[in-house]
Ligand binder design. Structure first.
Ligand code: PGA
Length: 232
């Protein structure tokens, strides 16, 4: 894929889910099988108030755990300026940067237990672009492991909005582990509505969903039904 697009614009999620993918890609880079030096990377989201040099920021995390090992130059890693004096302006600037880069070719997403994608929490209007959002308690609890305590997890974040996400040409949604099974089942087999932000992906023409058996548990009957249709 990257060989097809040596100057690809990639969207990278942070969190536990994509780590193995970044490490696997790092192995290919180390073996000289792919070259990411012409690629640029756009973050999916960022905690409000954390500057790019704060090691807890997603910008620093992606540089450390993904872009750096892949050989993407620091200057080609973009994220919302979450420590800007005017966060609303920072959101617009980020939209402009994505646009100026030609849009995102491939966007990698995880999913929250509550069905969020990026930091678009349940109830986020589908037509929102990059915006400031308030994190749900469940999200702050899930991310406390990176901050030491729930109280230290920022309350606000900047995230690509559902409309920004759906502008990506191709999307890869990855979910692993039983804790994600209800969200995956809701997103893929429930109503397409704002109560489950990930459900908007069903309106996108180029989405691949990768789930491990634990995360797929709630899809059992649905998957069997699709398989039967395939046989027919
Ligand atoms: P996780 O987070 O990969 O750390 O489970 C995913 C998400 O909240 O979108």
């Amino acid at each position: 894929m990257v060989d097809d697009l040596p100057r690809a614009v990639l969207g990278f999620a942070t969190g536990a889910t994509p780590g193995p993918t970044y490490r696997a890609l790092g192995t290919l880079v180390a073996a000289g099988e792919v070259d990411f030096t012409g690629v640029s990377v756009f973050l999916l989201d960022e905690y409000l108030g954390l500057g790019a040099t704060d090691p807890r920021s997603y910008r620093a995390t992606i540089r450390r755990e993904a872009a750096g090992p892949l050989g993407v130059p620091d200057g080609a890693v973009f994220g919302p300026e979450a420590d800007a004096a005017d966060p609303q302006e920072a959101c617009q600037r980020y939209e402009d940067q994505i646009h100026a880069a030609g849009g995102i070719d491939v966007l990698m997403l995880g999913i929250g237990r509550n069905g969020h994608v990026g930091f678009n929490e349940p109830g986020t209007p589908f037509n929102l672009r990059t915006h400031v959002t308030t994190l749900c308690d469940a999200t702050r609890v899930d991310n406390a492991r990176y901050f030491g305590s729930v109280a230290d997890v920022p309350t606000y974040a900047i995230t690509q909005g559902p409309a920004t996400i759906c502008d990506a040409r191709r999307i890869l949604l990855v979910a692993t582990g039983a804790a994600k099974a209800p969200a995956i089942a809701r997103a893929l087999t429930g109503e397409v509505d704002e109560d489950c932000p990930a459900s908007i992906l069903r309106t996108h023409p180029e989405v691949r969903v990768l789930v491990d058996p634990d995360a797929a548990v709630g899809l059992g009957e649905h998957v069997r039904r699709v398989a039967r249709l395939g046989e027919g």
